[in-house]
Design a protein around this ligand. Structure first.
Ligand code: GUN
Length: 284
């Protein structure tokens, strides 16, 4: 068997972030400092770690950023007022509210309160609608990162059968839409799908985003398939693992993303890219 090409999101991210750094320098020469504000509500350790990663990557790229930490007892009204302030602050180009939010806050209301022009997550319904109709807008960071990685590794998408496992608003649904926009034939699978592996075996491009560690094995994938593993599962020993059983899947795949150093770094890189785009203003 041929060894699969590992699609290294960490390396690719470094290359892209170098390009982004020079874009930021150009903006600064014109007196414009890109600024991202991240809001986190509550003290979930995983969310806090993601937010710190986003801030660190911003600063390394020359993007100014700050984190607004609100207690889990924050009211929805309070959060909406904060967002309105940021919407009206010309020095803030990108606004990201880390999800999930506490149960007493209506997530959709919060997403809809962010100005679509500062919505670097691409979660606002106006931007979701533009993505769906194939118009230019902020793309959600993880799907955008996946598409960027497939293109960088010369994976052809047109006419291919893309099977998505997982239907979240953040990953599964939008990545299927982006692949459809690239002329793939798309199948969505999820927790209620019967005989899941009948579908995974038919995939030319298999996107795993269900959050079940090591659950897809070599026998469940087609020879030569392209595997994108979005799972970030923390194991009892503290290590991270994907949704794929990497060794057996890598034996059959033509391309595969590792976990970690795969999709994760690309997600953050696309956030940086969206923030720079928010600073420059969305092309019409
Ligand atoms: N929680 C998990 N992923 C994301 C993301 O991409 N953006 C935000 N805002 N919250 C998340």
């Amino acid at each position: 068997t041929l060894a699969a090409t590992e699609m290294n999101g960490k390396e690719l991210s470094q290359t892209i972030r170098e390009e982004l750094k020079s874009e930021v320098l150009q903006l600064k020469e014109n007196g414009i400092i890109p600024h991202l504000t991240v809001i986190i509500v509550g003290d979930d350790p995983a969310s806090r770690s993601y937010v710190r990663g986003k801030e660190k990557a911003s600063k390394e790229t020359g993007i100014s950023s700050d984190i607004i930490e609100l207690p889990s007892s924050t009211t929805e009204k309070n959060l909406l007022e904060k967002i309105e302030e940021l919407n009206n602050d010309e020095t803030v180009h990108g606004i990201l509210v880390q999800l999930p939010l506490p149960d007493h806050i209506n997530e959709q209301e919060v997403i809809e309160s962010i100005s679509p022009t500062k919505d670097v997550d691409g979660f606002h319904p106006i931007n979701v609608g533009k993505m769906m109709t194939g118009n230019s807008t902020f793309l959600p960071c993880t799907p955008y990162g996946i598409l960027t990685m497939l293109k960088a590794y010369d994976v052809s998408i047109e006419g291919k059968h893309a099977v998505i496992v997982g239907r979240s608003n953040i990953v599964g649904k939008p990545v299927g839409q982006l692949l459809l926009n690239e002329n793939a034939t798309v199948t969505y699978c999820h927790s209620r799908t019967k005989n899941l592996t009948d579908f995974t075996k038919e995939a030319d491009i298999l996107i795993l985003a269900m959050g079940r560690p090591n659950s897809i094995h070599g026998e469940h994938v087609k020879d030569g398939a392209v595997i994108v593993d979005v799972g970030i599962n923390r194991m009892a020993d503290g290590s991270l693992t994907g949704d794929a059983d990497f060794p057996s899947v890598a034996e059959k795949a033509s391309h595969i993303t590792p976990v970690p150093r795969g999709v994760g770094p690309m997600t953050i890189t696309m956030l940086l890219k969206n923030t720079i785009m928010a600073t420059k203003g969305m092309p019409a």
